[in-house]
Design a protein around this ligand. Structure first.
Ligand code: G3P
Ligand code: CA
Length: 243
């Protein structure tokens, strides 16, 4: 297997719990501690790829309703920072374009999770993959695309085959190998809570890279690296050291 080409620690949703998730403030905080960031990309009602995790606005903004039914103009008005801490008041939901530029300037490796709203797997993957392909064209480090949606990964493979892909799963399914092969995925992204040493060995010995999420305990992170895990996504990039 070729060596893992990315950072070994990725900050989850940009800044983990140190800053509002999926924001430029998060990216700035993450870059103090990690050289890789994971974030979630969804489409607004205007069809723009933006960074947000939930399909609805309530948890991480002062707005309400569905992201997929909210225009760019309205999204730009929302405060996506105060829910985390008053010092982040006024932080906005960023577009993928804005975030890509910052990642390139800061030299951050990227795990771009395609996070479709219900029923929007194909269109979200199309826009995210084509945008990422254009934004990172010629870059030294291309974003690793991942998704729980196999439809999204298939579309990304078709439209931006040069961008590597990882299949996101919870507990590792028995047929992970067939699914990764069919998708042309180079990595399996698995839930750290249920991963066993034997499973990790099985994935690595079969020739796939193994990324785990979301590990926040430094001792367990060291153990996962000892097992051979290539990359850990964490809410605490200030605590989890590259193993
Ligand atoms: O990509 C790993 C992790 O981010 C997947 O879960 O729900 O935090 O997007 P979630
Ligand atoms: Ca994610």
């Amino acid at each position: 297997m070729t060596p893992w080409p990315y950072a070994r620690v990725f900050a989850h949703r940009c800044g983990g719990v140190l800053a509002p998730e999926n924001t430029l403030a998060g990216l700035e905080v993450a870059s103090r501690y990690a050289t890789g960031v994971e974030f979630d990309v969804m489409l607004s009602a205007s069809g723009t790829p933006v960074l947000i995790h939930d399909e609805t606005l309530e948890r991480t903004t002062n707005g309400s309703g569905r992201v997929a039914q909210t225009s760019d103009a309205r999204l730009r008005e929302l405060d996506a920072g105060s829910w985390r801490d008053a010092r982040f008041a006024g932080e906005r939901i960023p577009t993928l374009d804005e975030v890509a530029r910052q990642c390139l300037v800061r030299g951050l490796d990227v795990n771009l999770e395609i996070k479709p709203s219900d029923g929007q797997d194909e269109v979200t993957a199309r826009v995210a993959a084509l945008s990422a392909s254009a934004l990172w064209r010629g870059a030294a480090s291309l974003p690793l695309l991942s998704s729980f949606s196999e439809t999204a990964l298939r579309v990304a493979a078709e439209l931006a085959p040069e961008l590597p892909r990882g299949l996101l799963v919870g507990a590792i399914p028995l047929d992970w190998h067939e699914r990764c092969r069919a998708l042309g995925a180079v990595a399996l992204h698995a839930d750290a809570r249920t991963l066993t040493r034997e499973q990790a060995r099985g994935v690595l010995d079969a020739g796939w890279w193994l990324v785990v999420y979301t590990e926040n305990d430094p001792a367990r992170a060291r153990m996962l690296f000892d097992w051979g895990v290539n990359c850990i996504i964490t809410d605490h990039p200030e605590l989890v050291a590259e193993g």
